[in-house]
Design a protein around this ligand. Structure first.
Ligand code: PMV
Length: 325
C-alpha cells in the first residue's frame, strides 16, 4: 500500500469589511473585496492521507466520522487537487478544532484553509500562497483569508485565478485583540452558503457593494496607520450595513438577539468614555469586540458581566496557515 500524507494548521479569521454575496456561487467569487485578521490561539489541524488502496474519501472531525454534505464539500476540494496532481487516489481526512463548535467562530474558514494546504502538499503539489488561497476559497469564501498571515485583504479579482487573499500587515503589526461575547442564540441560524445566495434579493445589496471600495480603503488605512478610532467606526459601520442587507433579504435573515444589540450599546458607550473598543458580528448572534491588547482583560471582564453573555473567547492576531508535518 502506498500512502502520501501531510498535516496543516490554520486559524479562523474575523472580517472587518465583510464578504456577503457571490457573483458566482459555484466558484465562490465574491461581489466585493473584504478585510480580516486571523485569530491566534484558535486553530484547525488537518491531516490528509492519499492512499492507492482507499476505496472512497473519508472524513473524521474531532474523532467523529462525517458523511453526507460535509464529506461531499471536502471531496469537492480533493477532486480539484486530484485534477491538478493528475491522480485518482482517494484520501482519508482527519481534522480537529481547538475551539468549541457553535462558539461563534466560523470554523469553515480555518477548516478549508487547512484542508487546501494539507491536501495539496500530500498530493506533492507546490502551490503559491495565492494559489492556496484560491483553492481554500472554493471550499468557503472566507477560508481564502485564513491562508496568509496577520491582517489580510481578499481582492474580489476579475476571474477564478485572481480572486485570492494576501497579507496587508504581519500579525505583530498591531496588538489588536478579539473578545468574542458568546450570546446563546435561540434559533438555528441560516448558514452562510445559503445566506450568500439570498444577498441579491435585498434592495440594499447594490448600494452596499457599490460603496465597498470606500470602506475597504478606510479600513486598510486605519489598520496600516493603527488609527483605532477610525478602525472602530468603520468595522461597526460595515457590520451594520451587512446586517441591514441580511434583514431585508427575502426571506429575511435576522441574526441578532436582544443581547447582541445590548452589547452594541455598551461598546459605544465605553468608547465614548475613552475605552478603545469596537464591535462586529458575522452570520450569528455573537459579538466580536475588538480592542487594543492592553485593554483586553478589562473588556473581557466587562463583557462577562453583561446580560445574555454566556462566555467570552479571547484571541490576538494570528499567523499564516502552515504545514506542521
Ligand atoms: O466563507 P463563508 O461562506 O462562511 O462566509 C462568511 C460570511 C461572513 O462571515 C458573514 C463575513 C466574512 O467576510 O467572513
Amino acid at each position: 500500500m502506498n500512502t502520501s500524507s501531510a498535516t496543516a494548521l490554520a486559524h479562523p479569521n474575523i472580517a472587518f469589511i465583510k464578504y456577503w454575496g457571490n457573483r458566482d456561487n459555484a466558484l465562490r467569487l465574491p461581489v466585493n473585496g473584504s478585510i480580516s485578521m486571523n485569530l491566534d490561539g484558535l486553530f484547525t489541524r488537518t491531516t490528509v492521507t492519499f492512499s492507492d488502496s482507499a476505496q472512497a474519501d473519508s472524513l473524521l472531525i474531532n474523532n467523529k466520522q462525517v458523511y453526507g454534505p460535509g464529506l461531499t464539500r471536502v471531496s469537492y476540494i480533493l477532486d480539484i487537487v486530484r485534477g491538478m496532481a493528475n491522480t485518482k487516489e482517494k484520501a482519508e481526512v482527519s481534522s480537529e478544532n481547538n475551539f468549541p463548535a457553535g462558539a461563534g467562530i466560523a470554523s469553515s474558514a480555518a477548516a478549508f484553509a487547512a484542508l487546501a494546504l494539507a491536501s495539496s502538499r500530500a498530493a506533492n503539489l507546490t502551490l503559491s500562497e495565492a494559489q492556496l488561497s484560491v483553492l481554500a476559497r472554493r471550499g468557503s469564501g472566507s477560508a481564502s483569508r485564513s491562508i496568509p498571515a496577520g491582517f489580510v485583504e481578499w481582492q474580489m479579482g476579475q476571474s477564478e485565478a485572481d480572486s485570492f487573499a494576501f497579507s496587508i500587515a504581519p500579525a505583530d503589526h498591531w496588538n489588536l485583540v478579539d473578545c468574542v461575547a458568546i450570546v446563546n442564540a435561540a434559533h438555528k441560524k441560516t448558514g452562510s452558503t445559503e445566506g450568500h445566495a439570498l444577498a441579491g434579493t435585498s434592495p440594499l445589496q447594490n448600494a452596499r457593494v457599490e460603496d465597498t471600495p470606500r470602506r475597504l480603503e478606510i479600513c486598510r488605512n486605519a489598520i496600516l496607520e493603527k488609527d483605532f478610532e477610525a478602525f472602530a467606526n468603520i468595522i461597526e459601520h460595515d457590520s451594520d450595513i451587512m446586517h441591514s442587507v441580511m434583514m431585508t433579504s427575502t426571506p429575511p435573515l435576522m441574526y441578532w438577539q436582544a443581547a447582541t444589540v445590548g452589547i452594541f450599546h455598551e461598546v459605544r458607550e465605553w468608547r465614548s468614555k475613552g475605552l478603545p473598543v469596537g464591535y462586529t458580528v458575522d452570520a450569528g448572534a455573537n459579538v466580536h469586540v475588538l480592542c487594543l491588547g492592553e485593554y483586553a482583560k478589562d473588556v473581557e471582564k466587562r463583557l462577562r458581566e453583561l446580560p445574555g453573555v454566556s462566555d467570552v473567547l479571547v484571541a490576538g492576531t494570528g499567523g499564516a496557515a502552515k504545514i506542521i508535518s
